[in-house]
Ligand binder design. Structure first.
Ligand SMILES: NC(=O)C1=CN([C@@H]2O[C@H](COP(=O)(O)OP(=O)(O)OC[C@H]3O[C@@H](n4cnc5c(N)ncnc54)[C@H](O)[C@@H]3O)[C@@H](O)[C@H]2O)C=CC1
Ligand SMILES: O=C(O)[C@@H]1CCC=N1
Length: 278
């Protein structure tokens, strides 16, 4: 790829626009990016916001692309793949799928064989440049293609590689779904403070900054979470009482069960999609 590679997006929703926004803030140029979706209004808004190329024709988007990011819902992926099958068999771009619970083998069976495929599980904080993405490359992916895939997702936050595709289920339940767990905790904390009489806006501001500050400390201090937790707990103080309450209600057990439910669901989705490909 001596010229600047062209990146095509099939699907122009939340995740595609988050990733495109991040790419443009880094080294990518609007003229390098194409997006296609059935909804012309959605495309016009992306074109206006980012100055990228758009089309309602998936085939046209795929024809331009050195890298084709598949950013549609898993349930419509098979149909989207059928529209670009003959193009990708001809041009053989790097395929990057961000769909939850969709195996590379299933995707390959929908697109035709022997394509270089990267699977990625991003998350919604990519919208604010604070995403966490895990990537897995099939053996057909070359080193420069791997590097390019990493550049795309590193432009919206952290990007890490997995050695085994099967680890995607564990990642989906951690960082893919994880932002929702954090928002649930945030909601609960805010509600409790409001019920205690705190002004709603103040409760929200303090709760958000507390989560953001704690996350930054966990990332930057070099201390493990157990040490950081102990540092907040004065003997005989308030935090000790709260942590005791969490432990009595088996907070860790609840988190583990919720995590397992998401991981199991990711496996079920993969199985359903695999069966629909047979
Ligand atoms: N939302 C999340 O937290 C995460 C989502 N994902 C994955 O990202 C993918 C996209 O999700 P979102 O952006 O949230 O969905 P979304 O609903 O916001 O966007 C989907 C896009 O696909 C377009 N589309 C529908 N049918 C199409 C077709 N046949 N051809 C081309 N485009 C078509 C829609 O018009 C829309 O632009 C999904 O596969 C999801 O599993 C991955 C990680 C996190
Ligand atoms: O809930 C879902 O299925 C997708 C995958 C990870 C986040 N959202």
């Amino acid at each position: 790829m001596s010229k600047q590679p062209t990146i095509g997006f099939i699907g122009a929703g939340n995740m595609a626009s988050a990733i495109i926004g991040g790419m443009l803030a880094e080294r990518f140029k609007p003229e390098q990016i194409w997006a296609s979706a059935p909804d012309d209004r959605q495309l016009q808004s992306l074109a206006k916001r980012f100055g990228i190329n758009t089309t309602t024709d998936n085939r046209h988007c795929a024809t331009q692309a050195d890298v084709l990011v598949l950013a549609v819902k898993p349930q419509v992926m098979q149909e989207a793949c059928s529209t670009i099958h003959s193009v990708v068999q001809n041009t053989r771009p790097l395929i990057v799928s961000i769909a939850a619970g969709l195996d590379a083998a299933t995707l390959e069976s929908w697109l035709g064989g022997e394509l270089p495929i990267v699977r990625c599980m991003p998350n919604t904080p990519a919208l604010v440049g604070q995403g966490a993405s895990a990537l897995y490359a099939t053996p057909a992916v070359s080193a420069p293609q791997r590097q390019l895939a990493e550049q795309i997702f590193a432009s919206v936050g952290l990007a890490v590689w997995l050695d085994e595709e099967s680890q995607m289920h564990a990642v989906t339940a951690l960082s893919g779904s994880g932002p929702a767990y954090c928002f649930l905790f945030l909601e609960a904390l805010e509600d409790a403070a409001r019920n205690a009489g705190l002004d709603a806006a103040v409760a929200r501001q303090l709760a958000i900054q507390t989560l953001a500050g704690a996350a930054k400390m966990a990332r930057d201090s070099g201390d493990d979470p157990a040490t950081l937790k102990r540092n907040v707990m004065s003997p005989g103080g308030t935090t000790e009482k709260a942590i005791e309450t969490f432990e009595t209600a088996d907070f860790s057990g609840i988190v583990a069960s919720a995590y397992e439910a998401a991981r199991t669901r990711s496996g079920e989705l993969a199985e359903q999609l695999r069966k629909s490909a047979d």
